[in-house]
Ligand binder design. Structure first.
Ligand code: ZN
Length: 124
């Protein structure tokens, strides 16, 4: 998951990756306000956790691509060694199904984290 805010110096978007699920968790780790360095202008500014908004990081799509890339040669090997048969069809189905299932599950989990992060604020 990624959290975003606007840089007060150049108004470009500042993004940071976080493993925290909520603002309270992030505040516990870094404090209610903390210093960050803008990626575009390089100036540092103070950001309050309530001013950060979470967005999905695209991890679901990446995981699906990786699983697909790993499973294609595996299915190819299965078909090459045992020929077209029931097991080959099962492997092909697996190759198509596994990345889709992973995408849906990771995407959903991230959606839940993003919305819970954005819903809950900490006391200023
Ligand atoms: Zn800036």
């Amino acid at each position: 998951m990624k959290v975003f805010t606007k840089c007060p110096h150049c108004t470009s978007e500042y993004a940071e990756k976080t493993l925290c699920d909520t603002r309270a968790e992030l505040a516990k780790e870094k404090g209610n306000s903390f210093q960050v360095n803008c990626n575009s202008c390089g100036k540092s500014f103070k950001v309050h956790v309530n001013d950060l908004r979470a967005r999905k990081s695209g991890a679901a799509g990446l995981a699906a691509i990786i699983i697909f890339a790993i499973s294609v040669p595996f299915a190819g090997y299965m078909i090459w060694t045992i020929g077209m048969g029931i097991f080959a069809y099962i492997s092909i189905t697996g190759v198509l199904l596994a990345p889709s299932v992973a995408f849906v599950l990771i995407n959903k989990q991230e959606q839940v984290r993003v919305s819970s992060f954005n819903r809950l604020t900490v006391k200023r």
